[in-house]
Ligand binder design. Structure first.
Ligand code: SME
Length: 177
């Protein structure tokens, strides 16, 4: 897919996604919709979805679309763990060159992860996209997918099942920090 096709695909698919989720208060419904719509829009992607933080050390798969995904990832491991520790977007052009990469599928050649950061600065989830092509992710993906993360963040901040950040009280999956 060349840059023009990629921009056109995002331009076609993002507005309806935003339209679908803009009044949706249920986080899991929104994350499922995003995973589904994106996965089906890009043929060279084989995994699109989220690893939700459920406690200090643990990421859990879902919602997602695609092939097998590791169910649980410790924040010390993998590209997803690095995303949590570094609180930054990572683009892995060739996963075979990254020793820490956790290979859920031999078909995956490149990967991009984006942190979803709560209002107090804690990573609440990792948005993970895998491709069957080397070097599939670039600045265009970063621009459009970051925009989607901006839509997800406020939803996540209100979600009762989120990982509670330091200083937060109330419902949440973690009361220990
Ligand atoms: N490759 C990821 C694991 C998740 S799968 O890609 C779905 C990682 O290294 O953290």
């Amino acid at each position: 897919m060349n840059e023009k096709e990629k921009e056109e695909t995002y331009g076609r698919i993002i507005p309806p996604i935003v339209e679908m989720i803009k009044d949706e208060k249920d986080l899991i419904t929104s994350l499922s919709t995003i995973s589904c719509e994106l996965y089906h829009a890009f043929e060279h992607w084989n995994w699109v979805g989220f690893y939700r933080r459920v406690d200090e050390r643990t990421l859990k798969a879902g919602p997602y679309q695609g092939g097998h995904g590791c169910l649980t990832i410790d924040v010390d491991r993998g590209v997803c763990g690095a995303c949590v520790r570094e609180k930054s977007i990572l683009m892995i052009s060739d996963v075979s060159k990254v020793e820490s990469h956790i290979a859920c599928s031999p078909e995956t050649k490149s990967e991009m992860v984006l942190p979803i950061i709560g209002k107090m600065g804690t990573v609440l989830a990792v948005f993970d996209l895998d491709s069957t092509e080397i070097g599939a992710f670039d600045a265009i993906d970063k621009e459009f997918l970051s925009g989607l993360v901006d839509w997800i963040r406020p939803l996540y901040d209100q979600f009762p099942g989120r990982f509670l950040e330091v200083g937060q009280s109330g419902e949440g999956s973690n009361f220990a920090i």
